[in-house]
Design a binder for this molecule. Structure first.
Ligand SMILES: Cc1cc2nc3c(=O)[nH]c(=O)nc-3n(C[C@H](O)[C@H](O)[C@H](O)COP(=O)(O)O)c2cc1C
Length: 195
């Protein structure tokens, strides 16, 4: 892919159990931005999948490993994660951090990571983050803890966080009335899809 070229394929990983929840609304705005510049998005509701927590077996790090040893729905997700140009990750704040669904997904991505950048599929992966929380303040809500976790993790693996959008809302979908956030999310989508 050349610099300035639009990305081809984006995976949206939605970490709320509420299919019409606020973080999903933000992610859908990002998706609209992505699609507006011609890229394709595949949406994955993490809550609907059978994804077990990482078992810490390190099978994925052994010599000649074929990857993660846990036989569940991550096995069909891994190739999509590897082949996509960019990821959108959306999560509500649960107990001052990301949702468990999102965290389990993050842990299982350990199987993708390799310190040899040539074979680390997360290296230079473009990433957009969307988060929602009930408190009025991003610090008091714990949203900042989650954002910081994403920043640390994706810096470590050499990925690029292109943008983060986050806001306060309680009832499912309520965040859609925040026009400023909606516009911000769409812009992040456009930025995500242009290398
Ligand atoms: C189990 C649970 C834990 C929560 N913990 C927090 C929290 O620590 N801080 C906060 O501001 N809101 C918290 N909330 C509120 C949600 O973050 C808020 O409703 C958010 O908009 C939900 O996003 P969603 O609609 O995408 O699921 C919590 C909600 C639930 C159900």
């Amino acid at each position: 892919m050349q610099i300035g070229e639009n990305l081809k394929h984006v995976v949206a990983l939605l970490g709320s159990p509420r299919k019409k929840g606020n973080s999903t609304v933000l992610a859908k705005q990002i998706i609209q931005g992505v699609e507006s510049v011609g890229a394709k998005v595949e949406t994955v509701y993490l809550n609907g999948l059978n994804i077990k927590p990482c078992q810490g077996c390190y099978a994925c790090k052994k010599k000649n490993s074929t990857g993660c040893a846990v036989d569940d729905d991550m096995q069909s997700l891994y190739p999509k994660l590897v082949e996509s140009d960019a990821w959108i990750i959306a999560s509500p704040v649960y107990w001052f951090n990301m949702s468990a669904q999102t965290k389990i997904f993050m842990d299982r991505c350990f199987a993708l990571w390799n310190e040899d950048l040539e074979i680390n599929p997360m290296y230079k992966k473009r990433i957009a983050i969307a988060m929602s929380y009930g408190d009025s303040d991003p610090f008091d809500s714990g949203c900042v803890n989650a954002l910081r976790s994403f920043q640390d993790a994706y810096r470590y693996v050499g990925a690029i966080i292109v943008g983060m959008v986050y806001g306060s809302a309680e009832e499912p979908g309520e965040i859609a009335s925040n026009a400023e956030l909606m516009a911000q999310a769409k812009e992040i989508g456009k930025k995500l899809a242009v290398n």
